[in-house]
Write a protein that binds this ligand. Structure first.
Ligand code: PEP
Ligand code: MN
Length: 335
């Protein structure tokens, strides 16, 4: 349920109402807009006297939120959420974020070289997997804690915030230096992991599961938010369909639909969506045109010898071209 307050409500009147609602056992989320205040009410609202609430002088309207996702719902929070990272980098609300880097951190020289190259080309967040969810147990599983240390070193060298995927709740303390914790597509509905991340205050990027609906993705965000962590970024990375020419099928309509339903920023990953480096540019540009708040692109200095996802990794020079093209498209679309 949401209660929209009238523009001339004083802070005292507002706090008085909030205290009364809290006294009814509800959690109250306050969203201050330009000329309105929205109170999002979470909990058992069945015993709230809606007519009484509606009749109060300071209340403009009361609406029920029928969707099962509440805190990530745009009705709860009409303005876009802006996630702030170190170094002045922001995502959402018109702040576009270019996340780039290798699928996995392989060694010191590789991650430093790629980090410097993508930064020079305009990336503002460095990616690099340390714990890799691989289909085969015999494939490279990532450098684990050592990979996170190397990524942290690249952060020190370049000043770029870093993002890396977590696979196990017990590894959370290893991610202290990581600026955004990534929940991969395979863990989109790992509810224990999501709940634990709700107790952290670090930004969390949740990738849409291979066969998850947008409602399910939003419910995953809700799990983290229900624990008190509101710094969530949603990521569309393609879904499983009957098509086989691409690794997955990029659902670009997800950007528009998620923006309508939720205030959370939406990032698109054209690398995992297509599985082929030659398709990344057009899908990156299309995602930017569709209004994505950012892109996540796999970049490798030597894709042929990459230990993971070389076929979909672009080289730094190509990334620079993509970044420039995305910038031009964003300017054209924003006019
Ligand atoms: C990744 O980004 O490294 C990754 C494994 O992606 P996804 O979870 O989307 O498959
Ligand atoms: Mn990958």
């Amino acid at each position: 349920m949401i209660a929209i307050l009238k523009p001339n409500t004083t802070p005292e009147q507002r706090d008085h109402l909030i205290n009364w609602l809290k006294g009814q056992g509800l959690i109250v989320h306050i969203s201050e807009g330009h000329d309105y205040t929205v109170l999002g009410l979470v909990g058992d609202t069945s015993h709230i006297d809606v007519e009484l609430l509606q009749s109060l002088d300071i209340v403009q309207s009361v609406k029920s939120v029928s969707e099962p996702f509440k805190q990530c719902n745009r009705k709860f929070h009409p303005d876009d959420t802006i996630i702030e990272l170190g170094g002045g980098v922001k995502i959402g609300g018109g702040n576009f974020c270019m996340i780039a880097g290798p699928c996995s951190v392989e060694n010191h020289d590789q991650i430093i070289e790629v980090a410097q190259a993508v930064k020079f080309a305009g990336a503002n967040v460095l990616r690099g997997g340390a714990f890799k969810p691989r289909t085969s147990p015999y494939d490279f599983q990532g450098l684990k804690a050592e990979g996170l240390d190397l990524l942290a070193e690249a952060k020190k060298v370049t000043g770029m915030p870093i993002i890396s995927e977590i696979m196990n709740v017990n590894h959370l303390e290893l991610f202290e230096n990581v600026d955004i914790i990534q929940v991969g597509a395979r863990n989109c509905q790992n509810f224990d992991l999501l709940r634990e991340l709700g107790r952290s205050n670090k930004p969390v990027l949740i990738k849409r599961g291979l066969a998850n609906t947008l409602k399910e993705l939003l419910m995953s965000a809700e799990y983290v938010m229900a624990g008190g962590n509101e710094n969530i970024i949603l990521c569309e990375r393609g879904i499983r369909t009957f098509e086989t020419y691409t690794r997955n099928t990029l659902d670009l309509s997800a950007v528009t639909v998620l923006h309508e339903l939720s205030h959370l920023p939406v990032v698109v990953d054209p690398s995992h969506a297509t599985g082929a480096a030659r398709y990344v540019r057009s899908m990156a540009v299309a995602a930017a045109a569709a209004g994505a708040d950012g892109l996540m692109i796999e970049v490798h200095n030597d894709p042929i010898h990459a230990m993971c996802d070389g076929a979909q990794s672009v080289k730094p020079a190509e990334f620079a071209e993509i970044a420039a093209c995305v910038q031009r498209v964003r300017e054209a679309v924003m006019q």
